[in-house]
Design a binder for this molecule. Sequence first.
Ligand code: SF4
Length: 313
Amino acid sequence: MAAKAAAPAAGKALDFVIASNLALLTDEHLAFCKAQEVLLSTSLDGPADLHNKNRPRPGGNSHELAVQGIRRVQQVLGADRVGALMTTTEGSLDRIEEIVDEYLALGLDGIFLRSLSPYGFAIKTKQFHRYDAKRWLAFYERGLRYILGINRAGRHFPEFYSALILRRMLTDRPTGYVDLRSPSGIGLGALVYNYDGRVFASDEGRMLAEMGDTTFELGHVDTDSYRSLILSDKLVDLVASSLTQCAPECSDCVFEPHCGADPVYHHATQRDPVGIKPLSEFCARQKGVMSLLLDILERDPQNAAILRRWGGL
Ligand code: SF4
C-alpha cells in the first residue's frame, strides 16, 4: 500500500491486477479486492470440455470453478472488474464460435484471440508445434468475422488484439502494449519482480528462466536499484538490437510503423533476439492480421465503421 500512497505525488496512475484461475476464490479475497480496488484477470479457453482439457486439475472442474469465480467477482466487485484471456490450442481451431459465445454468455466485454507462445503452458503441454501461423490466421479470420457479426447486431464486443493494432494504425495514441513496440518494451515498459526477488525484463523472460534460460534476467531486488536494472548492459544490448526500423526485412516492410520487435519470442524460437523474419511465425501472423484489417477497412464500409470504433476513432 506504500505504492498507493506514493503514486499521486509521482503523478502515476496505479492499478493492481491479480491473475488467478479463481479456483480457490473466497469471500475474504473478494472483500480485500473490493477494499483495495484490485482487478482480477483469469483464463477462459472456451466451453467446459476444451477448458478442462487445456487446464487439468483434480476433479476435472477447472471450467466450472473459473465460471463460478467470474460470476462472483462480477456480482461483488462489478461487471468490469474481471477480465479473461483465452489461449488457442489445436482443439480451439474449429470452435471459435463456441468460444466467443462462452464469453458473451458470461457478459465479458470482449475477447483476445491469442496464439500460443513458445514458453510455459504451450511447451509443457507440447501444444506449441501443433499448429502454424497459417492455421492460426484462418482461426483468427473466422473469429473476427463472427465477432463483427455480433457487433453489427448491436452488441459492442471488440476483439482486443485487432483493437490494439487498429489503434496503432489509425491514431497517434499509445497502446501501452509491450509486445508491439520498437525499440522493444522489455524492461522499458515492463519489469517483472519474481517471488524469489529475481527481476526479469518481461513475463515471457521469466517463463524462459523457468525453462533454464536466463537471458532476460536482469538482477535481484536485494542488490539492484531500478536505475541499475534499466541501465544494465544486458538490457541495453537487447533493446538496442531490437529496433524494427533497422532490422533486416522489417526496415523495408510496409507494416513496420504498426508492428514491433519481440526479442523474447525470437530468442526463444530462433536463438536470435532480432530474428530471421521470413522464418518467424510472429512476423507471419502480424502480416496476416494487418493485411486482413486493412482489407476490411478498404472494402467493407459497414465492418470498417466497427473497426474504426474499436481503434478509438
Ligand atoms: S510484419 Fe514482419 S517484417 Fe514487417 S515489421 Fe513486422 S516483424 Fe518486421
